[in-house]
Ligand binder design. Structure first.
Ligand SMILES: Cc1cc2nc3c(=O)[nH]c(=O)nc-3n(C[C@H](O)[C@H](O)[C@H](O)COP(=O)(O)OP(=O)(O)OC[C@H]3O[C@@H](n4cnc5c(N)ncnc54)[C@H](O)[C@@H]3O)c2cc1C
Ligand SMILES: Cc1cc2nc3c(=O)[nH]c(=O)nc-3n(C[C@H](O)[C@H](O)[C@H](O)COP(=O)(O)O)c2cc1C
Length: 582
């Protein structure tokens, strides 16, 4: 649908009646992308010929809204860089977080670059959820005047790859907006394709692309600090010990890193990226399955550069093509069978089930790059100085008849000791910070390693003598074997740094008791604290704990689920409900 009526030239325009009617026909039927292009084209034409109209017309800037939805900051960083690039190319660009954006803002945006990630099992990032719901709602406004492009971030090992980007892309079109360029879905190595996409989008929107000066994205002023994912710090491990008792059926480790002289700094709430190495036994097993038992040429790549475990639809398709195996091709094409095969299985299961001799180059060509793992920093530099502490749960489970081990967590638990180095970088999380006011009341809810950032918060409050009420609600399996940092927590209680402590040990009584049950038991106090302005934090397991806690919070805060949701939404909008769940 075009908005003909609104788009006619004023009769006072410096054209004769025939020209006005011809222009009305073209402009009235144009879409926003065409109009943006035309505006810039005409401005650029005269400028290029050195014939800017006299008196000089104000430079026409193409409007661009760069809207991001993020959980861990990747899309936010891309949006910031896109804005710099757009500004250099003469756009009137602004960046907005979906968390702070009203859906009506899209109506007059002109051009939209939407950058969004997918979390949970195909869900939007939590702070973007309100915007997402408003876009999906029947009450969403028509967006006929909008031209848009969607850049979706995700991880192809998830069944719902880039789902949020897909859904938002389709919805924008359904609401009448015009797509500028097809959606790009990026996997974990998103930086280069995302930057190419942004560059090409800006070129599409730039009227006279030939005269544009090409700027290297990496030379922008927000270049990451010298220590990054690409150039990590080799930090010595200065302490390494088990936090859980040897009789616990889970194992959680405390790891301290020495940052002396590195200049690396962080804030409570930030995470540390750790570059893992694969277990040599898993590497040997994979090589055997590929018929490469004696070939050492790819050992280094298999150790630290390639993901030898994660099985994705793309890997199955590539293996089918490479081997010309009809059964594999069938599996690859049948979505249901393929998903059932992938569930609980890894690359080695595929190579063993469909055995073929591979060359080293063929094997490495199948595997995706090994990704860093993130760990909440469990310390405050105001207390520990040039150190960073981590709390690592060792991941081990059984699936498809085989014992499996998490790559990074077992490396940290079993194959690294004090004195050895760990390759790390800091991943800031500006959305999970303590309130600036030291007197502000905080409520920290977490289970298992969800305690880690709260240890950082509490160290910070201790070091800065912040005396705001600090309520910790912590859960794990048993008091005796799994009470992480028990002595420190008891000490903080005695010294009034933790003002309220509630514990939920699920296996200490016949019926299961989790943090959400502790919240229910204290629901009146919880409501009172929130009414008084407290900030609520939730950290730890996303699949079970966070989902159950959130359902309980809605139950406590509202008479109905939707009223509870509204209350939580209000807290998110006010920056008083912050989640770091994984
Ligand atoms: C922001 C953030 C902060 C984090 N903070 C911490 C922290 O403080 N402490 C901490 O220990 N972890 C933390 N994590 C999790 C951590 O990053 C890793 O995901 C975790 O250590 C597992 O990594 P891994 O390499 O050992 O396992 P991987 O080799 O990555 O294996 C994990 C995969 O195994 C599969 N899997 C796991 N369990 C099962 C099962 N029971 N059945 C079938 N398949 C299964 C899933 O596909 C899962 O994705 C955090 C994550 C994020 C994103
Ligand atoms: C706990 C967790 C769940 C995720 N779930 C999905 C998913 O369902 N689908 C997907 O495509 N990507 C998923 N991802 C990958 C993220 O979308 C990806 O890491 C993205 O780059 C994050 O961008 P952000 O930092 O802007 O949120 C998940 C990542 C984590 C850590």
């Amino acid at each position: 649908m075009s908005d003909h009526a609104a788009l006619t030239l004023p009769r006072t325009a410096p054209f004769d009646a025939e020209q006005i009617s011809a222009l009305d026909r073209v402009i009235g039927a144009s879409n926003p992308l065409q109009r943006a292009w035309l505006t810039g084209f005409l401005a650029g034409l005269d400028a290029a010929a050195g014939k800017a109209a006299a008196p000089a017309a104000p430079a026409v800037k193409i409007p661009l809204l760069i809207l991001y939805g993020t959980e861990s900051g990747n899309t936010e960083a891309l949006a910031g860089r896109a804005k710099q690039e757009a500004a250099r190319r003469g756009f009137s660009a602004r960046v907005a977080d979906m968390a702070d954006t009203d859906i009506d803002a899209l109506k007059n945006a002109g051009n939209l670059l939407l950058i969004v990630s997918t979390w949970g099992d195909g869900e939007p990032p939590q702070r973007a959820a309100m915007f997402y719901r408003a876009l999906m709602a029947d009450s969403a406004p028509r967006l006929d005047g909008l031209a848009f492009s969607v850049l979706a971030l995700g991880d192809s090992s998830y069944a719902q790859f880039c789902e949020t980007g897909r859904v938002m892309d389709a919805r924008l079109e359904a609401l009448g907006a015009t797509r500028i360029a097809p959606r790009l879905e990026c996997d974990l190595d998103y930086e280069a394709p995302a930057q190419d996409y942004i560059r090409s989008l800006l070129e599409t929107l730039t009227p006279d692309a030939g005269s544009v000066i090409h700027v290297d994205f990496h030379k922008s002023s927000d270049v990451p600090s010298a220590i990054s994912k690409a150039t990590p710090l080799a930090a010595p491990i200065s302490a390494h010990h088990l936090l859980t008792s040897s009789r616990s059926d889970s194992a959680t480790y405390h790891v301290e890193l020495d940052l002396a002289g590195s200049g690396l700094t962080y804030e409570p709430g930030d995470s540390l990226g750790v570059l893992p190495e694969n277990d040599p036994r898993e590497i040997a097993a994979l090589k055997r399955a590929a018929g490469l038992g004696e070939d050492r040429s790819i050992d280094a790549a298999l150790s630290s550069r390639l993901d030898i475990a994660t099985l994705t639809p793309k890997l199955i398709a590539d293996y089918a093509t490479l081997t010309n195996d009809a059964a594999l091709a069938d599996l690859s094409k049948d979505e249901v069978k393929r998903a059932a095969f992938i569930e609980g299985r890894q690359v080695i299961d595929l190579l063993e089930s469909f055995a073929h001799q591979l060359s080293a180059a063929q094997l490495s060509g199948l595997l995706r790059p090994l990704q860093p793992r993130y760990y909440s920093i469990a310390s405050s530099q105001k207390l520990v100085g040039e150190e960073a502490h981590l709390t690592i749960a060792r991941l081990a489970y059984e699936s498809a008849g085989r014992a499996r081990q998490g790559v990074a967590s077992t490396m940290l638990a079993d194959r690294r000791r004090a004195g050895e180095n760990l390759n790390i970088f800091v991943k800031p999380n500006t959305h999970f910070r303590l309130p600036e006011d030291p007197a502000a009341s905080i409520i920290m809810v977490g289970a298992g390693t969800g305690l880690a950032p709260y240890r950082a918060f509490l160290q910070e409050r201790e070091a800065t003598k912040a005396r705001g009420p600090s309520w910790l609600i912590f859960g794990h399996r048993t008091f005796t074997h799994d009470f992480l940092y028990q002595l420190e927590i008891q000490d903080w209680v005695e010294r009034g740094i933790i003002t309220d402590l509630d514990l939920a040990f699920s296996r200490d009584q016949p019926e299961k008791r989790y943090v959400q049950h502790a919240l229910w038991a204290k629901r009146d106090a919880l409501k009172a604290r929130l009414d008084d302005g407290a900030t609520l934090y939730l950290c730890g397991d996303a699949k079970h704990m966070a989902r159950d806690v959130e359902a309980m919070l809605k139950n406590i805060l509202g008479e109905t689920e939707s009223e509870g949701q509204d209350k939580l939404d209000g807290l998110i909008r006010a920056g008083r409900y912050k989640k770091d769940v994984y």
